[in-house]
Write a protein that binds this ligand. Structure first.
Ligand SMILES: [Zn+2]
Length: 364
């Protein structure tokens, strides 16, 4: 028994080492390809010799600057604004940046693109999308899409994953035990690195649970960390957009999509509650914005976080596309506008540039 446990541990460590080597190698290759101008050159070649491209939809969440105090959740979740600027300048130079409407229309009509084409999308509706991303998008006239979770807009509320972050940042404790997620293990949260690691581990474990169980464990986390959950409401700094900002961006060429109402993982809810969540967000948005809301991106975005039944429901109530975070390009020949794939935007620019060229070379 002991031996079996040790073997599993060794295999686990081996896997981690292999992954680390793979990721490091990829970074080195992308870095050099970019700085010796191979990546930009490949972009130019592809633009000239191919006349037939699928559509790539990039996904961003938060844009941060020196004043931001978020725990780091990895390069796909948050981008420094200086990196974002460089990424946008690169994309403008080598890609055709289109809006979601054009992308959906092409996919529906079975048409590919004559140039490498990208839609820029944001999920969740963070305030920094307005303060940091929107001025850059406006400057370059980029028709991005921002999908918002309506219960969070204009409030001091946080997404449930950001609530975990709040508990970890506010607690005076430097370790905790939580048998429901980690058995006997003592999880340390003294240093910032330890807090970031614990934050990711808790969120990933909770994402697998039914919504009600997840809520119960969240209550317990606040209890064992001795943090008052209601204190979130009294935070001075607002994290999410308000309706005025959403409206201003909608008038400025940004497509506003729905990301559900509560930001709960919809496949972990009872089906009638999940449908109600989707419909509520659509109704609220259409009332506030005075236009039809046609695009939906479901919270957490993995295949298992949604269902066929909910896809049909989205179609029934008038959505024209449903986006996931399933990795890949969108090809009209085998694509489905109710199963849009997206690529988490990498940072810094040489990572993004390398990843995009790799995708184009592989899929053409
Ligand atoms: Zn989200």
């Amino acid at each position: 028994m002991q031996k079996e446990g040790n073997n599993t541990k060794v295999v686990g460590i081996e896997k981690k080492v292999n992954k680390f080597i793979k990721v490091t190698l990829k970074k080195i290759i992308y870095f050099f390809l970019y700085y010796i101008y191979i990546t930009p050159f490949l972009n130019i070649i592809l633009n000239n010799i191919k006349k037939d491209f699928p559509c790539i939809i990039l996904l961003y969440h938060r844009i941060v600057d020196g004043k931001s105090i978020y725990l780091n959740k990895g390069p796909v979740v948050q981008h420094q604004v200086k990196d974002f600027k460089r990424e946008i300048r690169y994309l403008v130079k080598y890609y055709n940046l289109i809006n979601i409407e054009t992308a959906i229309q092409h996919l529906r009509e079975g048409k590919r693109f004559s140039r490498p084409s990208i839609v820029i999308s944001f999920d969740d509706g963070y305030l920094d999308n307005y303060w940091l991303a929107y001025p850059i998008l406006k400057k370059y006239r980029i028709p991005a899409t921002i999908s918002i979770a309506t219960s969070l807009i204009g409030t001091n509320e946080r997404t449930w994953t950001d609530q975990i972050e709040f508990a970890i940042m506010e607690t005076k404790k430097d370790r905790f035990k939580l048998s429901e997620l980690f058995g006997d293990e003592t999880v340390r949260i003294r240093t910032r690195k330890e807090k970031e690691y614990a934050n990711i581990r808790i969120a990933e474990a909770l994402k697998l649970m039914p919504d009600q169980t997840r809520q119960n464990i969240m209550e317990k986390i606040f209890y064992i960390l001795a943090v008052e959950k209601n204190a979130i409401k009294n935070e001075k700094a607002r994290r999410m957009l308000n309706w005025e900002e959403v409206k201003e961006m909608a008038q400025g060429g940004i497509t506003i999509g729905s990301h559900g109402h509560s930001h709960s993982i919809l496949s972990r809810m009872e089906i009638h509650r999940a449908k109600e969540d989707i419909l509520t967000s659509k109704k609220i948005m259409e009332e506030k914005l005075g236009t039809k809301v046609k695009h939906f991106s479901f919270p957490n975005g993995r295949e298992e976080d949604f269902s066929e039944n909910l896809r049909d429901y989205c179609r029934e109530i008038g959505f024209e596309s449903v986006a996931s975070v399933v990795y890949g390009v969108n090809d009209p020949f085998n694509g489905n506008v109710f199963s849009i794939k997206r690529i988490g935007a990498r940072s810094p620019v040489w990572m993004l540039a390398g990843e995009l060229v790799r995708l184009l070379v592989r899929t053409n």
